[in-house]
Design a binder for this molecule. Structure first.
Ligand code: NAD
Ligand code: DAU
Length: 332
């Protein structure tokens, strides 16, 4: 039975991964999470205590990290400051967690020769034109735009350097935009769903032409597990499910599924430096590791997600007013 340390396991994608591990493996899971505004212990509180334990702490705390890594067979590193808009207003926590936190973890993994998987984002590659026939591949040069994505790019480069210089047994994955349950209401899809529940019109940045390549969080989890089981050490794998949609289409879909007129949204001021389009070519992951997404119907996935937010108001309600107050200050 493997002992897996999941950093950021009380956040959106990390908690989905912990649920996935409990359902699909016999691993014992320790979650290390600082429980920032983005972490919620309730996201994993229904899981059996003999399978999952939560340690509240900072990934930049070297002594704490050393002890936890020493006891683990594998580290899966999700913890991060993850929201672009926040990084534009206060970049410092992004450097502390995404850069220093990752450095602290890989130093411990090096010392204890522990298998390490680093979770990253397609945003490290910058953006694409709307009509560009190319998509991101593992060979695309790094060109991050925001404080968030530049710190993620920096963390990827640290992991690569530790593989080459110190023989760290690590893999990296760069995934596109996730959706599904347990996502914080600051993010695009849950913000609009919970706005509609509250009788507030969805807010679209700029013209709403920006394209994101949506993947269900469960499909991200199955890909990460495949990489941990079968991925080659030192390699990077791009994770995506051919889910390109522009933001206007997504808002219209949410409105339709929630019984509203599809044009009942407002345009608000754009995000500075807003990346235009992301698109992932996941051929390497599919051909080398035999991975395939299971949530191929975005309409059905959005319907399930709307139902989850309707059924779990007690999970998101405590965060909603403060999140909207922050957006209001920014004119968004
Ligand atoms: P999230 O903001 O929902 O969760 C982040 C979690 O990390 C929270 O539980 C938070 O408390 C924890 N955390 C933050 N700082 C910490 C610290 N210093 N020490 C310990 N824990 C800390 O983020 P998410 O959307 O679930 O993203 C998880 C990871 O996946 C990130 O590395 C992100 O870059 C990556 N990613 C996200 C997406 C996406 O669409 N959301 C896509 C690709 C990659
Ligand atoms: O591509 C992967 C990345 O996806 C991850 O690395 C990030 O952690 C994750 O937050 C996400 O980044 P985005 O900036 O793409 O996600 P966000 O949910 O903030 O916004 C998605 C799109 O929707 C983006 O084009 C901005 C737009 N948007 C967002 C909000 C919150 C709006 O139009 N209105 C909004 O209210």
């Amino acid at each position: 039975m493997q002992k897996i340390l999941v950093t950021g396991g009380a956040g959106f994608i990390g908690s989905n991964f912990v649920h996935y591990l409990v359902a699909n493996t016999d691993a014992n899971v320790t979650v290390l999470d600082k429980l920032t505004y983005a972490g919620n212990p309730e996201s994993i509180s229904t899981l059996p205590e003999d399978r999952v334990s939560l340690v509240k702490g900072d990934i930049a705390d070297a002594a704490l990290v050393d002890g936890l890594v020493a006891e683990s067979d594998v580290v899966v590193h999700y913890a991060a400051e993850s929201h672009n808009d926040n990084s534009l207003h206060d970049p410092r926590p992004f450097l502390d967690t995404n850069i220093i936190g990752t450095y602290t973890l890989i130093e411990a993994a090096r010392k204890h020769d522990t298998r390490f998987h680093h979770i990253s984002t397609d945003e490290v590659y910058g953006d694409l034109e709307l009509d560009d026939p190319e998509r991101f591949t593992e060979q695309t040069p790094y060109n991050p735009s925001s404080p968030y994505s530049s710190t993620k790019a920096g963390s990827d480069l640290l992991v690569r350097a530790w593989v080459r210089s110190f023989g760290l047994r690590a893999t990296i994955s760069n995934c596109s935009n996730n959706y599904g349950p347990y996502q914080h209401v600051e993010k695009f899809i849950p913000r609009q769903i919970t706005n509609v529940i509250d009788g507030v019109r969805p807010k679209l940045y700029g013209k709403g032409e920006n394209v994101r390549d949506w993947i269900h969080a469960n499909d991200h989890s199955s890909a990460v597990l495949a990489i941990i089981d079968k991925g080659r050490i030192g390699e990077t794998y791009l994770i995506g499910a051919d889910g390109e949609k522009n933001n206007k289409e997504v808002v219209e879909l949410i409105l339709e599924h929630m019984g509203q007129s599809s044009d009942a949204y407002d345009h608000v001021i754009d995000r500075p430096g807003h990346d235009l389009r992301y698109a992932i070519d996941s051929t390497k992951l599919r051909e080398e590791l035999g991975w395939q997404p299971s949530f191929s119907n975005f309409h059905a996935g959005i319907e399930d997600t709307i139902k989850w937010y309707r059924d779990n108001e007690s999970w998101w309600r405590p965060q909603k007013a403060a999140t909207e107050a922050r957006y209001k200050e920014q004119g968004q």
